[in-house]
Design a protein around this ligand. Structure first.
Ligand SMILES: [Zn+2]
Length: 100
């Protein structure tokens, strides 16, 4: 999947916002209820099951392209097509910086 640049910082500065419940949009079933979602000041979103802001692996993740959910605050529910999920054992992905 393509990763676009942040129009404010070049690299997205992703700050943790809260918990994301990830549901399969086809079946309605919960894939994982304990993801964290992140937001950049340019309003780009990111969500993952890991904790890259702590230097921990990202594991399963979704970038903004698949997270065009409504306004996000606190705990959010995101409906996804599971085939769009990516995963990595690294704590970084290109173009994204994870803030604490
Ligand atoms: Zn940004």
């Amino acid at each position: 999947m393509g990763v676009s640049d942040c129009n404010l910082f070049g690299n997205f500065k992703m700050e943790p916002q809260g918990r994301a419940i990830i549901k399969n949009k086809n079946t309605g079933k919960t894939i994982n209820a304990h993801w964290t979602y992140y937001k950049c000041k340019c309003r780009d979103f990111f969500a993952c099951s890991g904790a890259p802001q702590l230097g921990e692996p990202i594991f399963d993740y979704l970038t903004n392209h698949y997270l065009n959910a409504a306004a996000m605050s606190g705990i959010v529910t995101v409906h996804v097509d599971p085939s769009n999920n990516s995963d990595t054992s690294k704590s970084t992905i290109p173009g994204h910086r994870f803030m604490w």
